[in-house]
Design a protein. Structure first.
Length: 131
C-alpha cells in the first residue's frame, strides 16, 4: 500500500465519519423538529378546543336564556288566561246583575202602580168619610 492509498483511505474514513456525524446531527435536529411540531400541534389543538368549548358555553348560555324566556312567556300566558277567565266570570256576574236590576225595576214599577192605586182608593174613602 502506498501512502496515497493510505491518504485516500484516511480521507474516505474521515468523510464517512463526517457523514455519520452529519447523520446523527440530522437525526437530532429531525427529532427536535418533530417534538416542536408535536408541541405546536398540541397548542393548536388546545386553542381550537378552547374555542370550541367557549362556543359551546355561549350556545348553552343562549339556550338557557331562551328557555328562561319561554318559561316566562308560558307563565305570563297562564296568568293572562286565568285573568281572562276571572274577567269573564265577573262579566257574567255583571250580566246577571243587569238582568236582576231589570227584573227588580219591573217589580218596583208594579209595586209603585199598586201603591198609586191604594193611595187613590184611600183618598176616595177618606173623602167619602169626610162628607
Amino acid at each position: 500500500m502506498s501512502s496515497v492509498d493510505t491518504f485516500e483511505a484516511k480521507s474516505a474514513k474521515a468523510r464517512l465519519d463526517q457523514h455519520r456525524d452529519d447523520a446523527v446531527h440530522a437525526k437530532v435536529q429531525l427529532t427536535e423538529s418533530l417534538d416542536a411540531l408535536k408541541a405546536a400541534q398540541s397548542r393548536l389543538l388546545g386553542k381550537r378546543l378552547d374555542d370550541a368549548i367557549d362556543k359551546q358555553r355561549n350556545v348553552e348560555k343562549e339556550a338557557l336564556a331562551y328557555l328562561k324566556n319561554v318559561n316566562s312567556m308560558c307563565q305570563r300566558a297562564a296568568k293572562w288566561k286565568s285573568e281572562q277567565k276571572r274577567f269573564r266570570l265577573s262579566l257574567d256576574e255583571m250580566n246577571q246583575f243587569a238582568e236582576w236590576a231589570a227584573a227588580t225595576e219591573i217589580d218596583l214599577h208594579a209595586v209603585a202602580g199598586n201603591l198609586e192605586y191604594v193611595c187613590a182608593v184611600l183618598e176616595k174613602e177618606q173623602e167619602e168619610v169626610a162628607k
